[in-house]
Design a binder for this molecule. Structure first.
Ligand code: SF4
Length: 272
């Protein structure tokens, strides 16, 4: 990709403790994200980090990626430590934690094709059978279906924030098309993998149309609003989309999606 600064980074740890109650640890194989969605919250989470000031000072979100080249080796070391604790307390006090890829990067952004760090981490998690979750926007996730089918406990979420490709291009110009994400869910489902759609942040959309697109492809749906409107308000304004920044709009979309799926027995969790 043009204008992408790539640096190889050595890390000391692979697992980060999660602040999300249902998730124990997260793994972010890359620092930064090529998709560079304009609303991305990870942008300002990483901006004050040492990795940013040392390796990518002054670069904008989406223009840099740090490749955590040894992350899978560190993951193995950390998993072995957890395993020895589990062996020591061979009772219910210690269980295998669940682990998610990723929270502040997309684990299947284009650079993953070359470095395969997500795949290498998944190989470790599959070997030790850790409950694993994946969240991505990328059809590249299909490359690893051979690994997914070997997991006892795995779920994969595809983020889809609108049904409208023109809107997608405004807010996520470098991310994969909606059509390719729907196709990805279709293929994962055909391979009997547990899937969900993450509709977040809610962008301007036809909620009924999006629900129809997802019909039959997901085991559950998560819905979240746009949380950092100040970051994108100029874009909304420039495209006459201010109506979609209001609380009533987010509530109406969430309600419509809930209505569409609950009639089919699919659980919808609204995160706001
Ligand atoms: S894909 Fe996710 S991590 Fe990457 S820029 Fe978009 S929102 Fe941020």
């Amino acid at each position: 990709m043009k204008n992408l600064t790539v640096k190889i980074i050595e890390v000391k740890n692979a697992l980060s403790k999660s602040r999300i109650s249902e998730i124990d640890y997260t793994i972010n194989p890359y620092f930064g994200c090529e998709f560079g969605c304009i609303y991305c919250y990870a942008d300002f989470m990483t901006r004050f980090s040492k990795n940013y000031s040392v390796h990518f000072p002054g670069l904008k979100w989406g223009e840099f990626v740090g490749v955590k080249i040894n992350i899978h080796e560190k993951l193995r070391e950390e998993i072995l430590k957890i395993e020895s604790k589990i062996a020591l307390f061979s009772d219910k006090r210690t269980r295998k934690p669940n682990i998610w890829l990723s929270i502040v990067t997309d684990p299947y952004q284009p650079i993953e094709k070359k470095f395969k760090l997500t795949r290498k981490c998944l190989e470790v998690l599959a070997e030790f059978q850790y409950p694993t979750g994946i969240l991505t926007r990328s059809p590249l996730v299909m490359r690893d279906i051979d690994l997914f089918v070997g997991f006892e406990d795995l779920e994969i979420g595809i983020t889809i924030t609108t049904d409208n490709e023109n809107i997608r291009k405004i807010f996520e110009p470098k991310a994969p098309s909606i059509k390719s994400r729907i196709k990805t869910l279709e293929v994962l489902k055909k391979n009997n993998i547990k899937t969900f759609a993450f509709v977040g942040p809610i962008l301007p959309m036809d909620a009924k149309k999006l629900s129809n697109l997802l019909d039959g492809l997901v085991d559950y749906v998560l819905v979240d609003r746009m949380n950092y409107i100040w970051k994108t308000e100029k874009i909304y304004k420039a495209n006459s989309l201010e109506f979609a920044t209001r609380d009533e709009y987010f509530n109406a979309v969430a309600e419509e999606i809930s209505r569409q799926f609950s009639s089919k027995g699919i659980e919808v969790e609204i995160l706001f």
